[in-house]
Design a binder for this molecule. Sequence first.
Ligand code: 5MM
Length: 342
Amino acid sequence: MSERLEDIAAAMMRDGQGILAADESSGTIKKRFDTIGLTSTEDARRDYRELLFRSTEAMENYISGVILYDETIRQKAADGTPLVDLLKAAGSVPGIKVDMGAKPMALSSEKVTEGLDGLRERLNEYYELGARFAKWRAVIEISDTTPTWNAIHANAHALARYAALCQEAGIVPIVEPEVIMDGPEANHTIDRCYDVTQWALNTLFDELYTANVSLEGTILKPNMVIAGQQCPTQASAEEVAEKTVKVLKACVPSAVAGIAFLSGGQSDEDATKHLSLMNAMGGLPWKLTFSYGRALQAAAIKAWGGKPENVAAAQRAFTHRAKMNSLAARGTWSADQEKSAA
Ligand code: 5MM
């Protein structure tokens, strides 16, 4: 008998833990490896992911789930152990990115995430391979003329169809409507991000309701409410935390199984600090944790540099960030802890 969606989601949202987004597609992981001058071969990708998944302290204590890419869920460690088994042995739930990427919309400058064709069959296969949750990311870009209702609605509708298919397959959907912070727009203020995030979330929950998706078996992966990187006026960490919680309270039903943020290009420490400030507010109707890609991995990739002799240093860097984000998930992180633990 398959596990209940609520129980899988509860394991992913357990206290003081969060999700490692290791689902970089081949193009994205190549960009990450380019920064350390490493050619992105299948073995290099395997070695890197194995290094993370064998970081025992981090995986057992701070990482409740890992989002994998199609190649990774099928890969074996150097000693022949399936990578999925490494995650299970550490008590971490294996997950899978199932979207096929954000593609240009017809007659538009915006993007819509594709991947619904054949998804029912792919989900059944991923379940057999060990996945118990999935992820689908929509990309919403802010400019003078975007987002449009057309893009907001098309992306929310696709997220809802994906989520329904996941639940039918016994898989917890992570729904990720990402308002991106690294667009070209100088007028991308924190208040504009608030308005667009509110629009995207309200539309998403409307579509999830229409598609009969159970919120108790769904995890939301939102952006934080933050000024764009090109915006000359940057908000304080306290304002980011306050506005993010405000928009979530306004738009996200308390029935949702949990909220796990993306880091979106924030610095490692900002992503940690913002999460901690939000959790320190208390009185929230859902748990807030992390589902970071870059903010968990950047230091580890740099320390590794693609060299076997640096594996231990890379694991220490990863463990450190995972531990800091674990503290943030409890609302107890401080800059002093960051320094003393480094
Ligand atoms: C790890 O990156 C994920 C996949 O990106 P591509 O499909 O572009 O390769 C991405 O969806 C990620 O899971 C989230 O954006 C969270 O990562 P960040 O780096 O924003 O925390």
